[in-house]
Design a protein around this ligand. Structure first.
Ligand SMILES: [Zn+2]
Length: 458
């Protein structure tokens, strides 16, 4: 497994004090909104606890927790329901609440809303939209698209390419799979005049001054070894490409925190939160070099998984988390294969998973639970009508793997209580002269309203 390096560990809190020199128009030149998708307070805390136990400095804090202004943000959709990423993304982007599933439109699903990204563009700023998941997924799409249903990926891609924004970077474009009888997505990208970057060499070749760039490259999962680029790399490149006289607005999303929350995969969740925080560290370092002109807001769109923490700091946290080398889906794929070929017995699968998750001694009662889950999985009907995309997002709820993932969490003193989003408020932290606007208790739509005001020209 790739060992994390703690980048951007900044100095003492005192150095976070911001200057008083007035920025142009009294508004920030550089505006960053960073969204941990599904990143609840508990997810942030356990990731920080893990990182601190591994870090050389005993007082280590995540970059997002070093920001001087703190707030607590409510996330419900316009009807009061537990939000999805589309409604929450729209509230954060446009300052108006809408219904679940809707992007960039009011709750009547018709009235167009306007995002901070378009306000910033009108004010002469450059725009970057960055995510660790597909670029046309709900959270990034909330900043440029207007559709009544978040799964309208092809239409979302059309909005993306018509936006004229300067830098997009994400895992892929889901609209490609919906382009039957339509102009292929890759041709749309070309026709819109975007430079389409799909490999690492092309990414590395991007340099200051390049504009209309669309990076489509899968970052993978931070827990796996295969990721060659990181969200921090995407973010750093964005700063390099977008910096200029009028400044820029950049949205950065850590999207797989949510996916691993749906999967109840704690080790993967912690690594995704830390990968997101690495990107925050890159931004914070930039902001501290431009303290009078920068605003950084770090928040989440909702909590996912109902993660419950024990009050006691578990000394087993680091060894248990480090013993898992792959995200849970890796094991799901293996079990699926064995089930199809019928080549492994329940005991053999058990031995494999015990090794795969790095569990040391297993109590008899736990073993019998795990064996039952494996048996249920191997004998269950294999028909699953859900699309591959939903499976990728939400996991296949493979009973055997979920049982092992829950055992991993239990060993750290934590527990997942849901496979879905919850209504728990999320934390918001901010840095910069304008950060006070995000302090205290607020609503996700307030964040959007304040951002829109701050990026707009005077
Ligand atoms: Zn979300």
């Amino acid at each position: 497994m790739k060992r994390r390096q703690f980048i951007g560990v900044l100095g003492a809190a005192a150095t976070l004090a911001v200057g008083v020199r007035a920025a142009k128009n009294g508004k920030p030149k550089y505006v960053f909104l960073m969204i941990g998708d599904g990143m609840g307070v508990a997810q942030v805390r356990i990731a920080e606890r893990y990182a601190r136990m591994k870090a050389p400095a005993k007082d280590f804090r995540l970059a997002m927790n070093r920001l001087p202004v703190k707030g607590l943000t409510t996330t419900n959709d316009a009807s009061g329901a537990i939000t999805d990423s589309a409604a929450a993304g729209t509230a954060l982007a446009c300052g108006t609440k809408t219904l679940n599933g809707v992007l960039g439109l009011a709750k009547d699903k018709e009235t167009p809303l306007r995002s901070a990204a378009f306000d910033a563009k009108e004010a002469g700023k450059k725009i970057g939209i960055v995510s660790s998941v597909p670029i046309d997924h709900a959270t990034p799409a909330a900043f440029y698209a207007r559709v009544p249903a978040r799964a309208m990926y092809y239409e979302i891609d059309e909005f993306m390419l018509q936006s004229g924004f300067d830098y997009f970077a994400g895992e892929t474009m889901l609209g490609r799979g919906k382009a039957k009888d339509k102009v292929p997505v890759d041709r749309l990208v070309k026709n819109a005049g975007y430079r389409h970057v799909r490999d690492r060499a092309g990414f590395n070749a991007l340099k200051k001054g390049d504009s209309k760039v669309l990076v489509e490259y899968d970052l993978g999962y931070a827990i796996d070894t295969k990721a060659e680029l990181t969200l921090a790399d995407y973010t750093r490149k964005g700063i390099e490409l977008l910096d200029g006289e009028n400044g820029f607005f950049m949205m950065v999303e850590g999207g797989k925190i949510d996916w691993s929350g749906h999967a109840n995969d704690l080790a993967t969740n912690i690594h995704e939160t830390l990968a997101f925080d690495d990107a925050v560290a890159v931004v914070l370092e930039f902001c501290m070099r431009h303290p009078d002109e920068s605003l950084l807001v770090v928040t989440a769109d909702h909590e996912t998984g109902g993660l419950k923490l024990s009050p006691i700091r578990s000394p087993r946290l680091v060894p248990v988390i480090d013993a898992q080398h792959y995200q849970g889906a890796h094991f799901i794929d293996q079990i699926k294969k064995w089930k199809k070929t019928g080549t492994k017995t329940v005991e053999q699968v058990y031995d494999h998973l015990v090794e795969g998750f790095g569990l040391d001694e297993v109590a008899d009662i736990t073993k019998s639970t795990l064996l039952q889950a494996i048996e249920a999985t191997l004998s269950a009907d294999s028909t699953d009508a859900r699309s591959a995309e939903i499976q990728k997002m939400y996991g296949k709820k493979n009973a055997a793997v979920v049982a092992f993932l829950h055992e991993v969490a239990a060993r750290t003193g934590s527990r997942w209580t849901s496979f879905t989003h919850t209504a728990t408020p999320v934390q918001t932290t901010a840095y910069g002269r304008w950060a006070d606007r995000f302090a205290g208790e607020n609503d996700n739509a307030d964040i959007g309203k304040n951002l829109r005001d701050l990026v707009a020209s005077a």
